[in-house]
Design a protein around this ligand. Sequence first.
Ligand SMILES: Cc1cc2nc3c(=O)[nH]c(=O)nc-3n(C[C@H](O)[C@H](O)[C@H](O)COP(=O)(O)OP(=O)(O)OC[C@H]3O[C@@H](n4cnc5c(N)ncnc54)[C@H](O)[C@@H]3O)c2cc1C
Length: 363
Amino acid sequence: MPDRRHLLLLGGGHAHVEVLRQFGQRPLPGWRVSLLTREEMSPYSGMLPGVIAGLYQPAQALIDMPALTARCGVELLLDRCTGIDAQARLVRRAGGAAVAWDLLSIDTGATPDTSRTPGAAEHALPLKPIDALLPRMESITAAARPGQHIVVVGGGAAGFEVACALAVRLPASVTLVAGASGLLAGFPARLRRRAARALAGHGVALSEGRNVARIAPGEAHLEGGPMLPASAIIWATGAAAAPWLAETGLARDPRGFLRVDSCLRAEGHSTIFAAGDVASLPEPLPKAGVFAVRQGPVLAANLRAVAMGETPQPYVPQRDYLRLLSLADGRALGTRNGLVFGGRWVWWLKDRIDRRFMARYQH
Ligand SMILES: Cc1cc2nc3c(=O)[nH]c(=O)nc-3n(C[C@H](O)[C@H](O)[C@H](O)COP(=O)(O)OP(=O)(O)OC[C@H]3O[C@@H](n4cnc5c(N)ncnc54)[C@H](O)[C@@H]3O)c2cc1C
């Protein structure tokens, strides 16, 4: 039907899988919907440390995009977006002709920032994209021997969980470089202390106070001189925006993420939406999957509203949210509203939440 208008979903992130699910249940009359995304299997990062620890099979943490889009009646274009021409309403891609759209939604996430540390892009393994990470992680796991050192750079939730996972899984020794901001900055002090004890219990050396100044093959050099030898360096630092966003002409925040209004519309554009890590709201949010997940239903409703000529509704972020950190040994730490808790039941809760999330899109 050539006269149908076209909604293009760009990126198979956490918000878009919910949009797909909802449009599968209730199609958009008069519109065809396509998804352009890079990876056939879209990773759920909440379970990734569990995959590294050997607690989950990789397939348990991956959403099969060909299967999901087929179930939802959405066309899948497996390709990498390289740019957007907002005026001409085109998305450019690496492997084919540009794709025209009438309504565009962007959920392409972020990647760990390797740009500010010389050598990091060449010699360290970033946690994203995860499709590149998992095969490399398998070879690191297979090659790990006692006496080897693995360095994880980044003291946030992802770095902490990955350091725990590697320490539990591998015979090699693990160092977590949490840098100047320290371990789990922004988390309550009680949780940070418990996390430091958990690392010590796993035999992980914690380095705080000095950032990594540069990376050389097999070496992580800290500011002020000390060098950590490393058979592998995992890069888990704060999120950076994709460089191609700079060429789109869309409004961006100082870190390069797309500015959106409270209805998740790109600033100054009524037919472009963005959600998840790539989006920067008027009140900026942490780059955490939980927000991308919560934005999914609002994004679906707003895309439907705009497609039908109705008014979109604002997204109201929750004030506080449950944060759960796996210790990779059947226990987890958690915090909400200033309360700190931990133990086996917290892992049970995290596992249940994560499996329930995945079941919505895997079956
Ligand atoms: C190891 C790890 C553990 C984490 N654990 C948690 C946690 O427990 N809780 C939490 O809240 N957050 C966690 N996070 C953060 C979380 O991963 C992100 O905030 C979340 O994934 C953001 O979701 P998103 O939808 O914005 O994008 P993403 O989930 O990153 O999805 C982006 C999608 O876009 C696609 N894409 C990207 N670029 C292009 C392109 N150029 N062309 C086409 N497709 C493209 C990708 O292939 C991917 O499918 C963790 C992160 C990591 C790395």
